[in-house]
Design a binder for this molecule. Structure first.
Ligand code: C2E
Ligand code: MG
Ligand code: MG
Length: 549
């Protein structure tokens, strides 16, 4: 595949001028000029002079022959020039056609694609329709990094070809880097189901893999779809609607497709609202931090998890599960992280003398100045890093590269301890447990709450606790809601426990009060008095309390 691509002619270099034809044309022009000047010269002399000079020669014939020859040469010159002009025209046309096609993917170039799409939307307004599909090749950067740029080119070529195969009659274009797009015209109103079928077929073809050197790695892509005129008759609107759908697919984990709908617009509006208001809330100091105890098997306080809380003046309480992902997407997460850290440092003198678990997003870790900034905040408040356990939420961003391992090691060397949060939530690999120098593993509540009822969960939890035991790491069970949860998590090897069964997250004042009255020693007795979620009664052995926040 590479060789074929490599052998492609350079489409943007014009052919060299043909020397031979230029020589003939020059000779012809010279001959005509010579004959014309001869003709003029012959007119300047008198007939007797000519006869005297050329003897018996018939001057009339000579003149006639000269004129004929001049005309013949002029005709020849005209034909040569015409042929040349035609050739130039053909070359221009060819060049234009080549400029319309992207040499790597074989798809239309951006400008030509958009022009064709605009025309198609204009032509299919009355009864017909146009389905526009934006294609983003997943992890294209990694493909380039791992296999090299020629491989990336081959993947692009493959994806464009597969698009023609899966969407019959499609016009495929390359909008930039790893972005492809296509549109299909229909004589009737196209339905979501019709487009969906083609999308499924496309993803299936990609899954079968592109031939790269001796490999055939499976490719995956995210597709966002908008329909004209169903969603809009305007080119820019249709494209931005398809883009919104694509954005949703990418955020939901990629490798799928989505047709634009009004729900997406509502969601986007809500997201924009959250982003704007959260920015203001951080600046105006409107966020709070609540604390949830993490206890040992005897109910003794081991540490406190700091959880940010936000009550918007208009919308009321907004759950971190909703605004943290928005903060992550908008880069607000770093600002939010620093805010929480400052707040916890400020609260520290009033907190029980145990470490505080502070959540950090993997995105914050990617930020160069992360450690220095946190150390600066602690320094300003006179708090030691050893008072903190940084909980890194398990996510796709967690890598096991040497650079990342070194970064975690630096954070630990500075005095922080590290916990891997929500382990098992989909991105985890046991490889991460082995390679990354974590101190604590927090098993996600979805596992804890199904221990003993599901063989997969049981096997997973006991495997985690075994590995953790071998590596001298502590396992925390999150989401303990009932005595049964507690019992089963304990049997499975978890050493620390967190959940409504003990205490829900609570404000600093409540926490201080609880500690004065000793109610945090949890056996469920305090579970009804939390700030965040209010299980009405202490949880009995099998009874699950309602969800927090
Ligand atoms: P997380 O770090 O896993 O925090 C535990 C979540 O589980 C909290 O939700 C807590 O209220 C809830 N929880 C505690 N016990 C129980 C229980 O027994 N049952 C159930 N169903 N839930 C329980 P919350 O406060 O809504 O936070 C959600 C997530 O938001 C957190 O999950 C964390 O990933 C993120 N988060 C919260 N605060 C921060 C923060 O300051 N920074 C960052 N980066 N993320 C934060
Ligand atoms: Mg956490
Ligand atoms: Mg968690």
């Amino acid at each position: 595949m590479f060789s074929t691509l490599g052998k492609k002619r350079n489409l943007f270099v014009s052919e060299p001028p043909r020397r031979f034809s230029t020589v003939i044309e020059t000779a012809l022009i010279a001959a005509i000029a010579f004959l014309t000047s001869m003709h003029a010269f012959s007119h300047a002399l008198s007939r007797n002079d000519l006869l005297a000079r050329y003897g018996q020669m018939d001057v009339g014939r000579l003149e006639f022959a000269t004129i004929l020859l001049t005309l013949a040469l002029a005709l020849l010159l005209y034909m040569t020039m015409r042929a040349k002009l035609r050739r130039v025209g053909r070359l221009q046309q060819e060049l234009q056609a080549r400029n319309a096609t992207d040499p790597v993917s074989g798809a239309l170039t951006r400008g030509h694609f958009l022009h064709a799409l605009d025309e198609a939307i204009g032509n299919h307004g009355a009864n017909g329709s146009v389905a526009v599909v934006l294609i983003d090749i997943d992890h294209f950067k990694q493909i380039n990094d791992v296999f090299g740029h020629p491989a990336g080119d081959a993947v692009l070529h493959f994806c464009a070809q597969a698009a023609r195969q899966a969407f019959p009659g499609a016009v495929v274009g390359r909008l930039g880097g790893d972005e492809l797009a296509l549109f299909v015209c229909h004589d009737t109103r196209v339905t979501e189901a019709m487009v969906g079928q083609c999308c499924d077929r496309y993803l299936e073809v990609l899954r079968q893999g592109a031939a790269i050197e001796n490999n055939r790695p499976a490719i995956s892509a995210s597709l966002g779809i908008a329909l004209a005129p169903t969603h809009s008759r305007d080119l820019n609107d249709v494209l931005s609607y398809a883009d919104l759908a694509l954005y949703r697919v990418k955020n939901a984990g990629r490798g799928s497709w989505l047709v634009f709908g009004s729900a997406i617009l509502d969601e986007m509006q809500r997201e924009r609202f959250i982003e704007r208001e959260l920015r203001a809330a951080i600046t105006q100091d409107q966020l709070e931090v609540h604390y949830q105890p993490i206890v040992d098997a005897n109910g003794n306080l081991s540490s406190l998890e700091a959880l940010v809380r936000w009550t918007n003046p208009v919308r009321g309480a907004i759950s971190p599960a909703e605004f943290i992902p928005v903060a992550e997407r908008s880069q607000l997460i770093c600002e939010l992280g620093r805010y929480v850290m400052r707040r916890v440092c400020h609260d520290m003198p009033r907190l029980p003398d145990v470490p505080v678990n502070v959540n950090i997003s993997a995105r914050q870790l990617a930020h160069e100045g992360f450690l220095a900034e946190y150390l600066q905040i602690l320094d300003a408040c006179g708090v030691a890093p050893s008072r903190f356990i940084l909980e890194i939420t398990e996510s796709a961003l967690l890598e096991t590269s040497d650079a990342f391992v070194a970064k975690i090691a630096d954070i630990r060397a500075a005095g922080f301890r590290i916990a891997l949060d929500d382990f098992g939530m989909g991105y985890s690999e046991f490889n991460q447990l082995r390679k990354l120098p974590f101190d604590i593993i927090k098993i996600d509540k979805s596992y804890i709450q199904t221990i003993g009822t599901d063989i997969v969960t049981d096997t997973f939890v006991s495997a985690v606790t075994q590995i953790a035991g071998q590596m001298d790491r502590i396992v925390v069970a999150e989401g303990i809601e009932t005595r049964d949860d507690n019992h089963r998590a304990s049997l499975a090897g978890c050493r620390l426990f967190q959940g409504y069964y003990y205490q829900a997250p609570m404000a600093l004042d409540r926490l201080s009060e609880a500690y004065r009255s000793g109610t945090c020693h949890g056996d469920g007795a305090a579970a009804g008095k939390d700030d965040d979620a209010a299980p009405a009664e202490p949880a009995s052995a099998g009874e699950r309390v309602s969800d927090a926040a």
